[in-house]
Ligand binder design. Structure first.
Ligand SMILES: [Zn+2]
Length: 370
């Protein structure tokens, strides 16, 4: 040490063994002892930030256990470890501003105020690479966390071993549903730290919480939720068919698996009777919002499908929606579904023509009660 400092004009500074510049020890930009396993003339050298970046550019440091993608030993799925921006700050000392250009996925969660929020999830590996560059490789990241802690910043060590594995697993399970689980939630913490509780149960709990709050954050448009018809006092629960769910909300049959439904009698094109599934429109809307990211996402999806030749429709609004709901409810109450393209349905919805009770009665007599 004495030799390398012999040229110093300031006792607090030492010389970088590569660029020969003078720097303080153990500061963010200063000198750190960097170790080299091979491919270098050094075993260990005191290097400044710039020279650490340069020296390690071609020497890849291995990733710590379960930071890069790996195959889960129990379920066999590929796990891609991801963390949030605040975890990147806590664990790697990286500020939000350094994450801007990193690829990410977006997940939803319910805030403590009961609102649906979005959060960006970054690949743990990408965050680590960014931190390595920022602070001059692993030794620099460790040093940065130490320096930041001394400055009073909150710093946490990244989870390791089995705890890291369970955290990665639960995180990915939630992400499959576009959900983010806050690690501080008691159920999540029990599972991650003490291996208690059923992961699926936790995911279902999160999902029901999300559904509970979804409409508070973004109420459905008029005539989608249940209401009392001011015209005839009937209780109306708007329902749509699978075809309408597809055309209006860009849903696949698989998407509707959790939507509440009833079966209704209808007449097929060939004249034979059939049963049509009628889904609660509020459930379909909710699933579509979750899938596409709110109403704005549904509008975008409609445009996307239309541009690819898929037939799409804007859900009816205003007086057309009121009439459609009214005539549909009147039919469904009797166990029937009358398709919107039937002339008498079309006339009623588009022009308000016809007497509702008469229409339903004629239909019933004509097709089913013969
Ligand atoms: Zn240097």
């Amino acid at each position: 040490m004495s030799n390398s400092t012999s040229n110093n004009y300031n006792n607090n500074l030492m010389q970088c063994q590569d660029c020969k510049g003078h720097f303080p020890l153990y500061t963010l930009e200063g000198l750190l002892p960097a170790q080299f396993k091979d491919e270098s003339s050094f075993d260990e050298a005191l290097l400044c930030l710039k020279c650490r970046r340069k020296a390690f550019e071609f020497i890849k440091e291995p990733y710590p256990y379960q930071v890069a993608a790996y195959s889960d030993s129990i379920v066999g799925v590929t796990i891609i470890p991801r963390i949030t921006g605040s975890e990147a700050k806590l664990q790697y000392g990286l500020d939000d501003s350094f994450l801007d250009l990193l690829p990410h996925v977006t997940a939803r969660f319910v805030s403590s105020a009961g609102e649906i929020c979005k959060i960006k999830m970054y690949e743990d590996r990408e965050i680590l690479e960014r931190a390595r560059w920022m602070f001059g490789r692993d030794v620099g990241v460790l040093n940065a966390c130490r320096v930041l802690a001394l400055l009073g910043e909150r710093i946490e060590h990244p989870p390791v071993g089995a705890i890291r594995e369970r955290r990665n697993f639960i995180c990915q399970m939630f992400l499959k549903q576009d959900l983010f689980e806050a690690p501080e939630l008691p159920s999540v913490r029990r599972s991650v730290e003490h291996r208690q509780g059923d992961l699926h149960q936790i995911a279902n709990f999160m999902r029901s919480r999300l559904i509970e709050y979804a409409f508070q954050a973004e109420p459905p448009p008029p005539g989608v939720n249940e209401y009392i018809d001011p015209v005839n006092g009937a209780r109306i629960l708007p329902r749509i068919s699978m075809f309408e769910a597809k055309a209006q909300y860009c849903m696949d049959p698989d998407d509707l698996i959790n939507c509440r439904l009833i079966g209704a009698n209808f007449v097929q094109a060939a004249g034979a009777p059939g049963i049509r599934a009628m889904y609660e429109e509020r459930d379909v809307l909710l699933v579509a919002r979750l899938k596409y990211g709110g109403d704005v996402g549904i509008v975008y999806a409609r445009g996307w499908f239309a541009a690819r030749g898929v037939q799409v429709e804007v859900p009816p609004a205003g007086v057309f929606r009121e009439r459609r709901n009214r005539i549909r409810e009147a039919f469904l109450t009797k166990g029937y579904y009358a398709a919107p393209e039937l002339p008498f349905v079309r006339l009623y919805v588009q022009a308000g023509e016809g007497n509702l009770e008469g229409i339903v009665q004629n239909f019933a007599i004509g097709w089913f009660d013969r």
